[in-house]
Structures are given as structure tokens and as C-alpha cells.
Write a protein that binds this ligand. Structure first.
Ligand code: DX5
Ligand code: ZN
Length: 216
């Protein structure tokens, strides 16, 4: 499959959110990546339901909602109601991950599992057949604009092998520090979805940067 691009709204201009959402609508981007941080699981707070609803009101592409929050089970229905199409929870934040994944799917959303840089992809072996997406964190979550962690490449290769062995259809998403220097190698190594915040929104022409990230 061709790889997908998911610009991260965290790096958008919140005073001009409709303008930035419409830029993504018109661009070659595939999804909106929406980062939710609770100040507990990660050392930062991003935004909540009213902002997701405002994005959903204008977005013409799926909302890929990445929950960096503790005990996400409390809010699955609320994220569905706010407009999430894909809902990703952190493996490190879920005691009963299998139950959480089933609950997300029962609500009619695609289910994703994110793993921090220190978490082994081997911990996904017994959940990989149940999920639609693995979000491999290539920075420590909490902030946009951080430096890409090189160890991510071997995690992609190992995960590709697990997905093949288990005959899973899960997509591999890479989140954090994706830029013009590493995106091709990420796709060649086996990534299916690239999240890009700073690279898109700090560029002179975000629409062109999205097109460039689609070129292999
Ligand atoms: C990091 C977030 C990322 C972030 C990526 O905690 O999960 O989605 O927005 O931003 P960049 O592409 O700037 O590293
Ligand atoms: Zn994210």
C-alpha cells in the first residue's frame, strides 16, 4: 500500500484552527492526527473535547486520535461522540488492554495501540490480531518538535515480522520527529502511516510539505 500522512494538529495555529483544518482537507494528507495529553501520563496538557469537536466540524478526513492519558476507559464513549474515527491508547496506560481494545471496536471506531520508545514490540504479540494500528513512538511522548530516536528502525522491522507471522492487518504508524531526512527510510523499513507536526506546520508551505512527504 502507499503510505499515509497524518499531520499533527498539535503543531497547528489554534487561533486559526479552521484555516489549518481546511489546508489539510485540500492537501494530499490522509488523516488528522489529534494528540490528547492529560498532564499525568505525559508531562504536558494539550486540549480536550471542545477542540476535537471543532476540528471534526470542518474535517473531511478521518480523525486519528492519540490518547496520552491514564485510564482511557473512562472516556472511550466521549471520544467517539466528539468525532474520533481511530482511537489509540497507550499499552503502558492500560491494565486490561484487550478489554479496552474490544470496547473501542464495539463503539464503531478503529482501535490502535501506542508504545513508548522503551517498550518492546514483543509485548504486542498477543494483541496484534485484534488491532487496526500500532503507533510506534519515535520520541518520548508529550511534546511536538523533538528529535527522532534512531532505535525506531529496528522496532519497525521486528514489528513487520510479528504482523506477518500473525497474519495481522495492523498498520504501523510512526509518531515523533518525522522529517524530510528520515521519512523515506521509515517507509522503506515498513512504516504505513507517518505523523508529522513540526515538519508540516513550521514549513514555509505546509501543503507542499505534505505532498513532498507522500513522494517516495
Ligand atoms: C508527541 C505527539 C506527536 C507530535 C509529533 O507526543 O504524540 O504526535 O505531535 O510532533 P512532531 O512531528 O513535531 O515530532
Ligand atoms: Zn501523537
Amino acid at each position: 500500500m502507499n503510505h499515509l500522512i497524518a499531520p499533527s494538529i498539535l503543531s497547528a495555529d489554534f487561533a486559526n484552527i479552521q484555516r489549518d483544518v481546511e489546508m489539510i482537507n485540500k492537501s494530499e494528507a490522509d488523516w488528522f492526527h489529534v494528540d490528547i495529553m492529560d498532564g499525568m501520563f505525559v508531562p504536558n496538557i494539550s486540549f480536550g473535547f471542545p477542540v476535537i469537536k471543532a476540528i471534526k466540524k470542518h474535517a473531511t478526513k478521518p480523525l486519528d486520535v492519540h490518547l496520552m492519558i491514564e485510564d482511557p476507559d473512562r472516556y472511550l464513549q466521549t471520544f467517539k461522540d466528539a468525532g474520533a474515527d481511530i482511537l489509540t491508547v497507550h499499552l503502558e496506560a492500560c491494565t486490561h488492554l484487550h478489554r479496552t481494545v474490544q470496547a473501542i471496536k464495539a463503539l464503531g471506531m478503529k482501535a490502535g495501540v501506542a508504545i513508548n520508545p522503551h517498550t518492546s514490540v514483543n509485548l504486542l504479540i498477543d494483541i496484534i490480531s485484534d488491532i487496526d494500528l500500532v503507533c510506534v513512538m519515535s520520541v518520548n511522548p508529550g511534546f511536538g518538535g523533538q528529535k527522532f530516536i534512531e532505535n525506531t528502525y529496528h522496532k519497525i522491522s521486528d514489528l513487520r515480522e510479528i504482523i506477518r507471522a500473525k497474519k495481522s492487518s495492523a498498520l504501523i504508524e510512526i509518531d515523533g520527529g518525522v522529517d524530510m531526512n528520515n521519512y523515506k527510510k521509515l517507509v522503506e523499513t515498513g512504516a504505513n502511516v507517518l505523523v508529522a507536526g513540526n515538519t508540516v506546520f513550521s514549513s514555509a508551505d505546509p501543503n507542499k510539505t505534505i505532498s513532498d512527504l507522500k513522494k517516495i
